[in-house]
Structures are given as structure tokens and as C-alpha cells.
Design a binder for this molecule. Sequence first.
Ligand code: PLP
Length: 406
Amino acid sequence: MKLETQLQHPPSSLNDPYKASATPIYQSATFCQDSAQAQGPYDYSRSGNPTRTALEEQLAALTKGARAFAFSSGMAAITTVTRLLQSGDELLACQDLYGGSFRLFSRVLTRQGITVRFVDTTDCDAVADAISENTRMIWIETPSNPLQTITDIEALAELCQEHNIVFTVDNTFLSPYWQNPLLLGADVVVHSATKYLCGHSDTSAGVVAVRSEELAEEIGFFQNAEGNALAPMDAFLFLRGLKTLSVRLDRQQENALKLAELLNSHPEVECVYYPGLASHPGHDLHARQSRGFGAVLSVALGSKERASKLVESTRLFKICVSFGSTTSTISLPCTMSHASIPEAEQKKKGFPTDLVRLSVGIECVDDLWFDLSEALDALTEVEQNEPELLSLPSPAVAVETRLLAS
Ligand code: PLP
């Protein structure tokens, strides 16, 4: 079955006497038992709930995992994966990383005696050199958020197998519609389902999918022990959102590619980060390991003031910290999604403050371009009439150099 079909026909083991065509919401915290000894399939919703089971079975099928688990947010999912680590272990994470993951790794895991180091995972040799005898997990995003760097999943999976390291991929930027890291050798895949999987900016959710039963046992244990599983109503919204995943994402990607091309040739834009452009240094590798380029674009504008001005000038692209919704949004990562990386750390990492992140929705692309080009014209106007309001753009860095440096 192709994924588009699978989305409409979840492999539910739910034994519903009324054969409801939409999964019912089992809004019940506990389930009655016939006797003190005889336990049915469910006893308490923290441990298991039929609506959540229906969702988790569908997620296991879509991610190609042995099992999948639904959490109350992406960060809850990520936290649970890090429970596989113990004091004395080391986590190696990619340099360009979602701000919330950076905060968890650098300010929470380190309190538990776990060492965290950041490495350029786009360079497999650099990762091999960074591995120590304590390295127990490698964590990547590909494409990464927000610089869209591409890491070779198969090459790192091989390296991790050699060293008995748990290899985790945060696949939020693509969803299982476009990329299946578990099929490429990853052990664990996580998603912030708040983004594409739920798809309407109305639900917070997270997913962990694992390749082996052994890891499934551990993740299931922690999910129950720590009580961060997804609630029944949210599981229902998640299931409903999934039904339209393929049509939403096809349209979002089509729009994103058109906008990336138009922005790439606009004189006000210094650089466009989008693996769908042939000029992106990771384009070929990305095309080999996935089936789509996503619908998030990052654009560099030369200065933080120019980037802020653009963000504040669009009308259809609303200023929102998230991405992946059917509605287009715009953000300034350095003060929004990545604000949890302290300014000094951002500077050390060379995190660009002139970066604008666009999440492209399903609107008519002509309207989206009209909105963006008007906002870009506003930049030209301010520059001509009130240049003191905007810092001059940094001396234009060759696009290729800038992309590679990211
Ligand atoms: N991973 C990535 C790549 C993200 O962008 C985010 C949120 O923006 C998360 C994880 C965290 O997900 P959530 O906000 O659902 O907790």
C-alpha cells in the first residue's frame, strides 16, 4: 500500500462494536475490570488508551517502525528518548539544532551527569573523530532547523552500528511522507507532530518511533512511568490531521519550491536555504535519501534589522513561532524559535541573526508571492527614504560560501 492510501486506512486493531468510520475519542481516565484479577486490554489512560493505540498503530505503519508512541509534545517525545541515556554517557548532537532541543540537551541533560557535545554531522569524518568510549547516542536533524544542513543518514547509521551507539533522527522538517530514517538505518525517529503531522496549528503532539522491539519496551516503560503520553482528544485531532497529510504536503512543497526560486533571484535577498534548490550544497544527498524537500525556507537578508522589517511587513505570512501548518507563517529564528540558545552561544555558533524562516502553506502561491514581494519592496523603500532605520547589509557573502559555512 502506498502512503497516500495508508493515510486513509489506518491499521487499527480497535474492536469497535459500532464500526465508527472515524476513531472514537475514549475520553476516559480509567477502564472497569471484571474482577480484581482480570485486567482487560486497558486499565488506565496514562498506560494506554484506545484512541491513542489507534494513532500509535498508524504512526508505526507510517514511520516503518516496530512500534510508535504518541506524546503530549515534541519536547516530551525528545525528553523520553534521552531517558535511554544515563549519568556518564555522552550525547553527540548536530550543530544546527532546534532551540528547545539545544536547551534540553545543554541545560537539563548536563545536570544529570550526561555529557553533550555538538559536532558538524554533515561531515561524517568529523563525527567519527568526535566519538569517544562514552558516546551512547548521536542526534541529528536533516534538514536541520533552521539552516537546512543535510546529514548522510545511511553513513551515520553505519558508524553508529559499528560503535553500538543509538542513532536518533529528528524528522520533524519532513515527516514520514517525505523521509523514513528508520529504513535508512536509524534506531529512533522523533517528530514534533505539532508541525506537519497534525498540520493545522491546533494540536501539540510528539512521536517516537523505534526500529526494534527492545527499544520499544524501553520507550513504552518511560512513557508510562513519566506520564507524558498524548491525551485522547488530541490523539483524535492528530488522527484527523493525518488523513490529509499527503495532499497538504504536496501543495505546500509545490508552493515552497516556487517561492524559493523567486526569492533566490530577488535582489533584496542575500541567500535562500532550501534543499530543493539545485544550488544547495546538500541537494543531491537530500534527493537520494528522501522523497521531498519540505516546505520551510530560510532566507538571509544581510542584517537583523532588515530581517525584522521583512517579518513585520508581510500580511498573509503571520508572525508565528511554529511551522508546518496549512497557513503560511514567518519568523525570526534568533529571537523566536531559537531564542532558547543564549545570545553568546548563538554568536559562538555563528548563528545568523539576519535569517527569516518561512513556513509555506496551501494558499494560492500568487497571493503568497504578492505578499512577500510587497514586503521586500518595503525594504527597498525604507532603505531609500530612511536608511538610518536599517543597518546596511553585510558585504554580500558568496551564496555558496554562506551555505557551506552553515
Ligand atoms: N524538533 C523540531 C525540529 C522542532 O522544530 C520543534 C519545535 O519547533 C520540536 C522538535 C519541539 O516540538 P514541540 O514544540 O511540539 O514540543
